[in-house]
Design a protein around this ligand. Sequence first.
Ligand code: HEC
Ligand code: HEC
Ligand code: HEC
Ligand code: HEC
Length: 142
Amino acid sequence: MTKRFCILLTAILTGLLFLSVGTLALAATAETAEPKEKIMIQNEGYAKDKKGPVAFDHVAHTKAGVTCNECHHVYKKAGENTWKEGDEVQKCSECHDINENTEKDGMKVMKLQNAYHRNCKNCHKEEKKGPYKKCNDCHAKK
Ligand code: HEC
Ligand code: HEC
Ligand code: HEC
Ligand code: HEC
C-alpha cells in the first residue's frame, strides 16, 4: 500500500466513525423527545393526596390534532413559549411546585394541581371533548 492510500483510508474511516457517532447521538435525542403512548400521571408529595392517578394517552391527543406545545412549554418571558418539538421535556412538577403557587422571572407559576386542571380541563371544556365534569373520568378510583 502506498503512503497516500493509507492516509486516504484513514481519513475515510475517521469520517465514517464520526458519522455513526453523530447518527447515534441524533437517535438518542429523538428518543428522549418521543413520548410513550400511555403514561400514568402520579406525582408524589401532595400535602393532601385525595385522588387516584390519572392515565394520559399521547397518541389519542395527537390524533385529535392537539399539538405538543399546547401542553409542553418553556417560558423565558410571560406568554412566549419557546419549547419546540425535539427539545427536552421536563416534568410539570420541575417548575410547578406541588403545594404552592410560586413566581419566576416575574411570572406567576401556579401550583401543580391547578396547572394540570387548568391545562386538561379547560381545553376539554372549550372543545366539548374529553372529560372535565366527572372527576373519575380522569382520576382512577382510590
Ligand atoms: C381532565 C382530567 C381531570 C379531571 C376531570 C379532574 N382532574 Fe384532578 N387532576 C388531574 C391531573 C392530571 C392531576 C395531577 C395528578 C398528579 O399529579 O398525580 C390532578 C390532580 C388532582 C388533585 C391533587 C392530587 C391528588 O391526587 O389529590 C386533586 C385533589 C384533584 N385533582 C381533584 C379533582 C377533583 C375533585 C375533580 C372533579 C371535580 C378532578 N380532580 C377532576 C386531572 C383531572
Ligand atoms: C420549565 C418550566 C415549566 C414546565 C416544565 C412546565 N411549566 Fe407550566 N408554566 C411555567 C411558567 C413559567 C408559566 C407562566 C407563564 C406565563 O406567565 O406566561 C407556566 C404556566 C402554565 C399554565 C398557565 C398558562 C397556560 O399556558 O395556560 C398552565 C396551565 C401550565 N403552566 C401547565 C403546565 C403543565 C400541565 C405542564 C407539564 C405538561 C407544565 N406546565 C410544565 C413553567 C413551566
Ligand atoms: C394534551 C397534553 C399533551 C400533549 C398534546 C403532549 N404531551 Fe407530552 N406529556 C404530557 C404530560 C402531562 C406529560 C407528563 C409530564 C409529567 O410527568 O410531569 C407528558 C410527558 C411527555 C414526555 C416524557 C414522558 C414520556 O412519555 O416519555 C415526553 C418525551 C413528551 N411528553 C413529549 C411530547 C411530544 C413530542 C408531544 C407532541 C407530539 C407531546 N408530548 C404532546 C402532556 C402532553
Ligand atoms: C388542547 C386540548 C387538550 C388538552 C390540553 C388536553 N386534552 Fe384530553 N382530550 C382532548 C381532545 C380533543 C380529546 C378527545 C379525543 C378523542 O375523542 O379521541 C381528549 C380526550 C381525553 C380523554 C378521553 C380519551 C382518552 O384518551 O382516554 C382523557 C382521559 C383525557 N383527554 C385526558 C387529558 C389529560 C389528563 C390532560 C392533561 C394532562 C388532557 N387530556 C389535556 C383535548 C385536550
